[in-house]
Design a protein around this ligand. Structure first.
Ligand SMILES: *Cc1c(COP(=O)(O)O)cnc(C)c1O
Length: 372
């Protein structure tokens, strides 16, 4: 890292990712495979580095959201199977086939398009069938014609149907109603697979367990689990499995100023000092992924304790009250989230989910691979 980059950076512990992988694997039923979900730049942790670590650990599959993400991994030398969870336009079938990338197929019409393109090119495409069991996003509907449509799709020429999956809407949310919904989704998934079986076709890989299901419904792991957030060590119950957070979002104190009481701080004058204040300016703002809605609503770890964030968060910097942190000076490192400051708590303060804060850590923030 150059001096310039030391303004704000993200430390990523690949050792913690490997630790989490092993801990989750140990909690899964014997023989259950593991898909590392590395979409969205591995939830901000760096897709290639995380994928290399998972490949070295012996994970079975990787999942990404789109062709660009899959190609980044193939171009980076990743050889293990990769599943694209989202849509790929049919004209890129040759890239999928040439690079041995598995594509999700979400309806009969698209299955027919991929099949026709494969026949035209003389290629074979490995696919997983997505079933919509209640997420109402991608996937074959599981109504009366559901199994029949799936059977037609899997028997099309040029397609090698390896897997089938569904996605849960509320497996991570507590409450009887949510539990009933998840169980109904699972039953519809299993019933549809059974009907396809009766029609004469069996999938090698049946999968549905995201983070919420791995934690709350281990009996739904089937052939393969695909936790994302959990792999990175976040979520309310990640501590129960002994998981560790894998990212520390860091910045540094660049300047310290002393203000009398009654001093307005930052845009909009949304904070006014009530005492003599030793205020630090740090080099992280909303362009780095520190949400502006957190202004005056969070505290960061610096020196030996927390410092309250004060005033509106700006694009490239924000202010923190160092009056009670005399040990912190210009150049002190500040942890926005990570080990001392929980991402989950920060997400709650921003009225969002930890996923969004991780994905928000912007391109401007260099990722530094360093164990902690
Ligand atoms: C993102 C995603 C996952 C992983 O979700 P987590 O909640 O992070 O475990 C699994 N499956 C699909 C289809 C996804 O889109």
């Amino acid at each position: 890292m150059t001096e310039l980059e030391k303004r704000t950076w993200a430390e990523i512990s690949l050792a913690n990712i490997r630790h989490n992988y092993r801990a989750i694997r140990a909690a899964l039923p014997e023989g259950c495979r593991f898909v590392g979900v590395v979409k969205a730049n591995a939830y901000g942790h760096g897709a290639l580095a995380v994928s290399q670590a998972l490949e070295a650990e012996g994970a079975d599959y990787l999942a990404v959201s789109c062709l660009d993400e899959a190609m980044e991994l193939r171009d980076g030398g990743i050889r293990m199977p990769i599943l694209i969870l989202g849509h790929t336009p049919v004209e890129f079938t040759f890239l999928l086939a040439d690079n041995d990338i598995t594509q999700t197929v979400t309806c009969l019409k698209k299955a027919e398009e991929f099949s026709a393109e494969c026949v035209r090119l003389g290629h074979e495409l490995r696919v997983h069938i997505a079933l919509d069991t209640g997420m109402s996003r991608l996937g074959f509907l599981c109504g009366p014609d559901g199994a029949a449509n799936v059977l037609r799709a899997v028997s099309l020429p040029g397609l090698k149907a390896e897997g089938v999956f569904t996605h849960f809407a509320v497996s991570d949310e507590a409450g009887e109603d949510n539990e009933a919904y998840t169980r109904a989704q699972y039953k519809l998934f299993c019933d549809t697979i059974e009907a396809v079986h009766e029609g004469g076709f069996d999938f090698a890989l049946r999968h549905c367990a995201n983070t919420g299901a791995v934690l709350h419904y281990p009996e739904m792991a089937l052939d393969m689990a695909r936790p994302g957030l959990l792999l990175y060590g976040y979520g309310d119950e990640s501590g129960e499995l002994g998981l560790k957070s894998c990212m520390r979002f860091m910045t540094r104190v660049s300047t310290i100023k002393h203000y009398p009481p009654g001093t307005c701080v930052s845009y909009g004058r949304r904070f006014v000092t009530e005492r003599h204040t030793r205020m630090g300016v740090v080099g992280a703002g909303y362009a780095d992924g520190l949400f502006r809605c957190l202004s005056n609503r969070c505290a960061f770890w610096v020196g030996d304790g927390f410092a309250e964030q004060r005033g509106s968060i700006c694009m490239d910097m924000c202010m923190i009250d160092l009056t009670e942190r005399p040990e912190a000076g210009v150049g002190s490192e500040v942890e926005i989230f990570g080990v001392k400051t929980s991402l989950d708590a920060l997400a709650a303060a921003a009225q969002t989910i930890p996923y969004e804060l991780l994905c928000a850590v912007s391109k401007r923030v260099p990722r530094v691979y360093k164990d902690f």
